[in-house]
Ligand binder design. Structure first.
Ligand code: TYD
Length: 217
């Protein structure tokens, strides 16, 4: 069994994952006796950050869906090998803002690519390593898009420019994943206040950690 623990944060754009992650970290550090790293996809290491720039560039409107999928996978592989795996091997808790499920939801449900192929590519990119826990921030797509439009500090990326319809398919994709894997994926109501979502996230994490890593508590 692996020494570390991977927690992925998933959900539609505007669901508040990143804000909650920041609020959560100091509270988690107080409660769990382990080292933490926080990272994100696509990105997290130099090569993957460079791939991120290519993927999200608003001038790349003609990017083919399969090209997009393969770029996310390339970024995932490099990030996994260079950053996630070494941390896991050192027994750290790795908090990742987006991971394998984003590809199934966005490129699978959203873009209509074959989800079976995406699952195989995910397994290939991560040597079959899956998160120990995934927090899925669920939010109606209209609310998510409204939040993005209101947030003036946020840089608009290529995927933000997608239609409401695409965002609704992405949500549907996440809901199906959460239903299929209830032991791994905990769904959080992301329409609540950031404080309430943080509290619920903390509760879900403590529950999962106490099941398999009780020595840390
Ligand atoms: P980012 O600005 O990090 O968005 P957020 O703050 O919402 O996480 O941009 C990442 C975008 O990439 C986001 O729209 C989701 C998308 N994405 C995929 O489509 N597939 C993937 O495999 C991953 C990791 C992200």
């Amino acid at each position: 069994m692996s020494k570390g623990f991977i927690i992925s944060f998933e959900g539609p754009d505007g669901a508040g994952k990143t804000t909650v992650l920041e609020k959560l970290l100091p509270q988690l550090k107080k409660k769990v006796k382990a080292d933490f790293i926080v990272t994100r996809e696509p990105g997290g290491v130099l090569i993957a950050e460079r791939i991120r720039e290519v993927i999200l560039d608003v001038s790349h409107a003609n990017m083919d869906a399969k090209t997009e999928l393969l770029l996310y996978m390339a970024a995932r592989r490099q990030h996994y090998i260079e950053k996630v795996l070494p941390a896991v091997n050192q027994g750290k808790v790795v908090l990742i803002d987006r991971f394998i499920d984003s590809s199934v939801a966005y490129q699978g449900a959203g873009r209509g690519l074959d989800k079976e192929i995406i699952s195989q590519l995910n397994a290939f990119a991560t040597d079959n390593r899956r998160p120990d826990l995934t927090l899925y921030f669920d939010l109606p797509s209209e609310i998510g898009l409204g939040r993005i439009q209101k947030n003036k500090d946020r840089e608009v990326n290529r995927l933000d420019l997608e239609t409401l319809d695409m965002h609704q398919r992405v949500r549907q994709g996440y809901l199906e994943l959460a239903q299929a894997e209830p032991d791994r994926i905990t769904t959080l109501d992301a329409s609540l206040s950031a404080e309430a979502v943080t509290e619920n996230a903390l509760e879900a994490i403590m529950k999962q950690i106490s099941k398999s890593r009780s020595l840390w508590i």
